[in-house]
Design a protein around this ligand. Structure first.
Ligand SMILES: [Zn+2]
Ligand SMILES: [Zn+2]
Length: 94
């Protein structure tokens, strides 16, 4: 059984059978927070995976690991520019 700690709240989270390095899991304590898990030599660790809501349809988009401000995401046939403020990303119309 593999367990990671949520980097946000510290809750230990059991990884489901078949979890692979790079998968996303949800923290039961942190609503809407996704954790990206990684395995190195049998040791699992978790980092926060940032998410943004589409300004048009409210769909939640999970951002790639190497995302940075000024990157763009696509939804609803639109391209949105990402901004990073107060520790969170937001999507803005370009
Ligand atoms: Zn948490
Ligand atoms: Zn959308």
């Amino acid at each position: 059984m593999s367990i990671v700690r949520c980097p946000d709240c510290g809750e230990p989270i059991k990884l489901p059978e078949g979890t692979r390095s790079g998968d996303l899991v949800d923290c039961p304590n942190c609503a809407g927070q996704a954790l990206r898990v990684r395995e190195d030599d049998g040791q699992w660790s978790a980092t926060l995976a940032y998410r943004v809501s589409c300004p048009a349809c409210d769909e939640v988009i999970t951002l790639p690991e190497d995302v940075k401000a000024e990157d763009t995401v696509r939804c609803c046939g639109q391209t949105y520019r990402l901004t990073f403020e107060y520790g969170a990303f937001a999507a803005e119309e370009t």
